[in-house]
Design a protein around this ligand. Structure first.
Ligand code: HAM
Length: 418
């Protein structure tokens, strides 16, 4: 029996790292006043077709779609923006004060060719902010993504930004691109041949074809769109976020306009799946979903990829497996030992004891294997004196049982990521 291709198990020895990362995401969200939203893991298929675009790779090749017993077409969510916009409109969150800022964390599904950093079930942490058409919000969202990496101690990355402009800029550029690509059509890969008609912007993002001096996006931008972008860059400068403007950055989903951005790892030898976080503005999407014309912007982190990047950069997120206390007992004191273990756990100490009767030597060996920070030995004589032996950092003392929790509290036992 094996897991499906492109999936992974998070094993007990690794789950602390995931929890730590999730804690960082959640706490940064609270500083920026983003609140959690949880949406279903599957949605009606049209939700994703409407938002990502019929011609996007996600919709054409990557969705996990099935017909349910009521003969409705359902799709496992390939990303979080569409579901969030659907929930925003369906629950009329726009009647509350704007901007509304939400975040989500959870599994996404794409039928892609698996490789390191690219999976069929992966985890995204994402944010979406609705209701402010100000370049300040764009800068704020980018700075939030950047600061998450700063907090994690990761600086081997580049923030790439671009603007796709407003509808007029996009139409102008699209026409110029079609004029440029059409004469070379026969040399392009089969996907790009089709994309010339359906989504020419995506041709520039092709992993197979490359192009000599395609038309420059900035030359087709309206003045208004350029002003918005310049305003955003000014805020990024003011917030001290280092960035590169990359005119070729187009992103793979159809809903974007104006600002698009990616945070890419720059660690040598990290591999091709180096985009850790991607996002952008999607004015018009809320209206497309039947809501009022409210603008939106957001990003999503690949949590798996971020973990790989942190590991490659040698950043330790948690101590190796450890427990706070191991309680060693003798046959006469096992019941009292079990009671003590319970009390310690309820006081917040990660505590274990042997579930089988074992010699003291075997118990000490087990404690060592579990990386116990402290060993408590409940001997019969000590117990009769209402005491317990505490072994900590090579020292051994007797502590009154009634004081043991206070005593352990005073030791400030381990915290991950010290
Ligand atoms: P995306 O660029 O498709 O954007 O995905 C965002 C991030 O998810 C990527 O940068 C990557 O780190 C991770 N990711 C995507 N596919 C995979 C995969 N197969 N395996 C592992 N990681 C993956 C979105 O999903 C947009 N919804 C982001 C957004 C939110 N835009 C506005 N708001």
């Amino acid at each position: 029996m094996q897991k499906p291709k492109g999936t992974y198990d998070v094993l007990p020895r690794e789950s602390k790292k995931w929890q730590y990362l999730e804690d960082v995401f959640r706490s940064v969200c609270s500083y920026y006043n983003f609140k959690e939203i949880r949406t279903p893991i599957f949605e009606r298929t049209e939700i994703f077709h409407r938002s990502s675009g019929e011609e996007s790779d996600i919709v054409k090749k990557e969705t996990y779609t099935f017909t349910d017993r009521g003969k409705r077409s359902m799709t496992l969510r390939p990303e979080g923006t569409a579901s969030t916009v659907r929930a925003f409109v369906e629950n009329k969150l726009y009647v509350d004060s704007l901007p509304q800022k939400v975040y989500y964390y959870g599994p996404m599904f794409r039928y892609e060719r698996p490789q390191a950093g690219r999976y069929r079930q992966f985890t995204q942490f994402g944010v979406e902010a609705f209701g402010a058409e100000s370049p300040l919000l764009d800068a704020e969202v980018i700075s939030m993504a950047y600061h998450i990496y700063s907090i994690l101690g990761f600086d081997q990355l580049v923030v790439k930004v671009n603007t796709l402009g407003d509808q007029d800029s996009r139409d102008n550029y699209r026409n110029a691109l079609v004029d440029y690509l059409t004469p070379q059509k026969e040399y392009l890969c089969n996907d790009c041949k089709e994309r010339i008609d359906t989504n020419p912007l995506r041709v520039l993002d092709c992993k197979i074809d490359s192009f000599d001096s395609p038309p420059n996006m900035s030359e087709y931008r309206t003045e208004k769109a350029q002003k918005f972008f310049d305003g955003m860059l000014e805020y990024l400068d003011a917030l001290g976020i280092p960035y590169e403007v990359d005119e070729t950055l187009v992103r793979g989903l159809d809903y974007y306009n104006h600002t698009v951005f990616e945070l890419q790892a720059t660690i040598e030898g990290f591999g091709s799946q180096n985009t850790l976080c991607g996002g952008g503005r999607y004015n018009g999407l809320v209206k497309e979903f039947g809501g009022p014309d409210i603008p939106g912007i957001g990003f999503a982190f690949g949590v798996d990829r971020t973990l790989l990047a942190l590991e490659a950069a040698g950043i330790k997120l948690s101590k190796p497996e450890y427990i706070n206390c191991y309680v060693a007992t003798f046959p006469e004191t096992r019941v009292e030992g079990a009671r003590l273990v319970d009390a310690l756990r309820l006081s917040g100490f990660i505590t274990e004891m042997s579930h089988e009767e074992k010699s003291l030597k075997a118990q000490l060996k087990q404690a060592d294997k579990m990386n116990a920070e402290i060993i408590l030995i409940l001997g019969e004589e000590e117990f009769n004196n209402e005491e317990i032996i505490v072994k900590h950092q090579g020292e051994q003392i007797n502590v009154k049982l009634e004081n043991i929790i206070d005593y352990l509290d005073s030791l400030n036992l381990g915290e991950i990521n010290e």
